[in-house]
Design a protein around this ligand. Structure first.
Ligand SMILES: C[S@@+](CC[C@H](N)C(=O)[O-])C[C@H]1O[C@@H](n2cnc3c(N)ncnc32)[C@H](O)[C@@H]1O
Length: 195
């Protein structure tokens, strides 16, 4: 009798803890989604089927330092390191849930010494050594990021923006190199003017 009630107490406690953990997880994902939406773009990972095409469009090679502004779970950065042997990859992510995912993925990656992720607003990114910027954001944030890139990226830096183009009138250093269709999305490839 005594043993039975002990078992019941343990089971109920375990169930209670599991429910608490599940609720905490749902709250983390919900708050993160809200935070990323408020910051300018919700967390939606790029479809894996398009990542190779994006890396080709940007011309990612062993000499490049690739930066993903709003890197989500880091899938584009990790692909740039794994499949293109990029020299380095740097990601900025504001939202906690995708940031935790990219930190975990980085931990288990063979390329972790070449992957850097920062939990920071992308508008404060350090672009001084970056050669390719990738962004998959909403229009207002694309434009704000473009202003930042226009001011601080090195001449010759390539910029790949998925889904939304940059208003070229506001960013005099941007040159449109090409566009490509990825399913229903358009990718825009720019270069920062070389003087
Ligand atoms: C559409 S997702 C793209 C994720 C990733 N780049 C990819 O292609 O798989 C946009 C990401 O930008 C992040 N984000 C939105 N505003 C941001 C900001 N101001 N600073 C840093 N990250 C931001 C969101 O949290 C989200 O993870």
């Amino acid at each position: 009798m005594m043993a039975r009630s002990m078992v019941s107490i343990i089971l109920i406690s375990a169930l209670f803890l599991l429910t608490l953990a599940a609720l905490a997880f749902v709250a983390l994902v919900f708050v993160s989604l809200l935070a990323s939406s408020l910051a300018g773009a919700p967390y939606i990972g790029m479809r894996n089927q398009y990542i190779d095409a994006l890396l080709s469009l940007g011309g990612v090679s062993v000499e490049d330092v690739v930066c993903d502004l709003g890197c989500g779970d880091g899938r584009v950065l990790i692909a740039a390191l794994e499949r293109r042997r990029a020299r380095r990859a740097v990601g900025y992510e504001i939202s906690l849930w995708p940031f935790l995912k990219v930190v975990l993925k980085r931990y288990f990656s063979r390329f972790r010494s070449r992957l850097e992720v920062r939990r920071k607003n992308l508008l404060e990114a350090d672009l001084s050594e970056v050669t390719i910027v990738y962004m998959y954001l909403y229009p207002l944030l694309v434009q704000r990021a473009a202003l930042k890139i226009n001011e601080s990226a090195r001449p010759g830096t390539r910029v790949v923006s998925v889904h939304y183009s940059v208003d070229l009138e506001a960013v005099p250093n941007f040159r449109l190199l090409k566009t490509a269709q990825l399913g229903s999305m358009t990718a825009y490839v720019y270069e920062i003017a070389r003087y």
